[in-house]
Design a protein around this ligand. Sequence first.
Ligand SMILES: O=C[C@H](O)COP(=O)(O)O
Length: 267
Amino acid sequence: MSGVNRVPLIAGNWKMHTTYDEAVSLAEAYRERLAQLEGVECALIPPYPWIVPLAEKLEGSTLVLGAQNCATIDQGALTGEVSARMLAPFCRYVIVGHSERRHQLGESDEMVAAKLQAAVRNGLSPILCVGELLAERDQGLAERVVERQLGSALEALEAAHLTRLVIAYEPVWAIGTGRPATPSDAQAIAACIREWIAQRFGSDLAATVRIQYGGSVNAGNAADFLQLPDIDGALVGGASLDVEQFCEIVRVARELARATNWSTAQN
Ligand SMILES: O=C[C@H](O)COP(=O)(O)O
């Protein structure tokens, strides 16, 4: 986290996990345990069917909801898809371009760009996921892959929508493996993302964009990432299904945000 006023976002992506009862019990636990966020934003990102019931359960709480995906268009004959327009009354965020969709379901850069446009068109904040495969990192291509993903997704984005954008750097090889990126590698890519945005949209706007790290974040390593100057939160998978782990990650983010705000106020 930097001295710039970017509110860190801790988002829990539940992926294709939880029964209805488990989802309700997680949401109720988080509602109770995360009532005091103090300078941190916290989003729960459950599977589609739980979004509406959880929106009711979380009404009036500090927690917000996100969706894991959206369609490229707002309505039409597209069996099985859910549009950003349908999600907008219930969600603040929507993940676009998660690597599980890019690599397991064949989602192209073009589809990711269309989904990002659909999200902003409907007033949602997209969490754009970018990140390289292990082979690409081994070949020294990590930055180039991330820049290609950014270029394609953000090509048509208007500067006015930039403040709503969140970018999650998720190296594919770090997801669900228990083997996170090193903090210095995460910071290097996050800085490269911010520089890329600055080149295209100007450094003032680039300074407002929140960049998360995702990939095997847990209670034990969260501080290593959340204290980095260009990292403004975490996209948490497995650990967001564990109440103790996720609450501890949010607590760490809160402590760091408090320390950052204090040191900014002193300068
Ligand atoms: O969306 C979340 C990421 O894919 C990270 O998942 P993970 O924390 O289980 O590695």
